[in-house]
Design a binder for this molecule. Structure first.
Ligand SMILES: C[S@@+](CC[C@H](N)C(=O)[O-])C[C@H]1O[C@@H](n2cnc3c(N)ncnc32)[C@H](O)[C@@H]1O
Length: 299
């Protein structure tokens, strides 16, 4: 197994608590992605590595925005994706976790880039994305470019799944699915709901930035194990976020063969190093730079 360097193993609990409050504040104020407020009060944010490009298409009366996503590395590729407004009210706060409706996180961007560049790997396979938030970008991209048999995109948040349904029914996306059976559904790890119909069904599970829920890691590992076929693989991208990546790796080793890497792509590593050298202070590798973890279910 490759060694993964962990930059912030001290003060872990404090760091995670601060990150959670930051996410909550961002969600309440409607600010997107990971933002930094400068001394003059303006906001700067890390909006991703530039592996994908977005062009605003339209806005709904409720404030949701349709974007066309393209990828410089994949000429001709385009998908239509709706983002939810991002602001939440008190009732949303009482509901299920909302972090997937605030922005597309860098781990999802990098996972999408991986799927676009390795689509052949998924030919004739069944794929499920877990915790994909309001866009499930990686799963949607695969549904469009790969010859997968089926792609199921999912999240545990109802608003996210409602948005996924709308995205899948967009004609520009539907017309590109070809023979791949594409669907969306609410899937939660933990809790009382059983997903018996999904057991042993998938060759691949995709998951981005879902390892930092302390009370969810064991349930997530169990769900991945249950829904994968023997020899099936989970492709997981997630930043360190304190000790949470390592904690999940330790846990997963009980059930899977685990491989973890930080230099999984020369291009992403190069972008990461450049971001780190940038002195603007908007890039925090602990919450932005996704590591890659691959889980293989023993047969
Ligand atoms: C940080 S967001 C990541 C969303 C998306 N993958 C991305 O990177 O943009 C974490 C996601 O995990 C989902 N989530 C949290 N706990 C969950 C659970 N128990 N079951 C299913 N989804 C869950 C949230 O709804 C949210 O969409």
């Amino acid at each position: 197994m490759n060694k993964v360097h962990s930059p912030t193993l001290s003060n872990d609990r404090k760091t995670i608590a601060l990150q959670r409050w930051k996410i909550l504040k961002q969600a309440l104020t409607g600010s997107r992605s990971s933002e930094t407020r400068t001394s003059d009060g303006s906001i700067r944010r890390f909006s991703g590595y530039g592996l994908l490009k977005t062009e605003k298409l339209s806005m709904t009366p409720e404030g949701s925005v349709w974007y066309q996503y393209t990828a410089p590395s994949q000429p001709g590729f385009a998908m239509s994706v709706r983002h939810l407004p991002g602001t939440i009210d008190a009732s949303t706060l009482l509901g299920f976790n909302n972090t997937g409706n605030v922005c597309v996180w860098p781990a999802e961007e990098v996972m999408t880039d991986y799927c676009l560049k390795n689509s052949e790997q998924f030919r004739d396979c069944s794929v499920c994305e877990l915790g994909g938030g309001m866009t499930c970008l990686a799963g949607l991209a695969l549904a469009i470019v790969s010859k997968a048999t089926s792609v199921l995109i999912s999240d545990g948040n109802e608003d996210s799944v409602e948005n996924l349904n709308v995205i899948l029914s967009h004609q520009d996306n539907q017309s590109q699915f070809d023979n791949t059976k594409v669907s969306s559904r609410l899937i939660r790890w933990g809790g009382d709901t059983k997903h018996e119909d999904l057991e042993g069904r998938f060759d691949f599970v995709l998951c981005a930035d879902c390892l930092f829920f302390d009370d969810g890691r064991a349930d997530l590992a169990d769900l991945i194990f249950d829904i994968l076929k023997p020899n099936g693989k989970a492709i997981i991208y997630a930043p360190h976020r304190g000790p949470t990546f390592e904690s999940f790796r330790d846990l997963a080793q009980k059930q899977f063969h685990v491989d973890a890497q930080e230099k999984y792509s020369p291009e992403v590593w190069d972008l990461h190093c450049k971001m780190k050298m940038n002195e603007s202070g908007i890039y925090d590798e602990n919450i932005h730079f996704p590591l890659l973890m691959t889980l293989t279910k023993h047969s």
